[in-house]
Design a protein around this ligand. Sequence first.
Ligand SMILES: [Zn+2]
Ligand SMILES: [Zn+2]
Length: 231
Amino acid sequence: MDFLVDKVKDRIYAIAFWDTEWKSYNNCYLVLEEDGVIMIDSCKAEHSKYLLQAIHRLGKTADDVKLVLATHGHEDHVEGAEMFKNAKKIIHPKEGEEIGEFDDELSDQGVVGEFDYMLAGYHSPGSVIYYHRPSGILFTGDVLCFFGDPLSKEGLVSEGKELRQAWVDYLKSGGVSSSDLPGFLEALKILLHFQSEIMCTGHGGVLVGEVNEFVEELVSEAGNQLNLEAK
Ligand SMILES: [Zn+2]
Ligand SMILES: [Zn+2]
């Protein structure tokens, strides 16, 4: 089992598991605080023993995890949460009631501790964007991610130029279906509400720098695609 643990910024770490079944990196993130650990997403059940190893590598235990924020309810983002018996676990109510152990008290916009959040409602009905104010890190879940893509040559946490370009090209070539485009465009605009320095997604590379410029490029290209269709 291959997995990477990389520092994103002071106290904040990315863990990326290579999922041989889905042929993608699946990511989750840790914020180390003095009184415990916050996790953003928690990987598949089959990866949870490796998640535990990663947490130990950072000098923490499963019992130190005090809060789990799920960007959405897909298995690769919530199943590992079962290990964290001391944690409060939060998900948006639109992800449905089948997600056990999670509190679904979120509204469509608000604050959890040092995080601002907004409902994006794209990719899944209750997909939420989290923004960690002290670090300027945006957690996008699968609303915008690099599912199935290789990492940047510069590593997991990097500028990721080629990843950005690949997303723009994918959009240009009609990769987002016409039925998904309006929702995708609205979700991208939600990402622009935040002054993000770093973008941590549900799958693959973590992008450092000029996040909003990248999102604006996608907004513009998504707009082009919609116009093409209207003709
Ligand atoms: Zn998903
Ligand atoms: Zn996912």
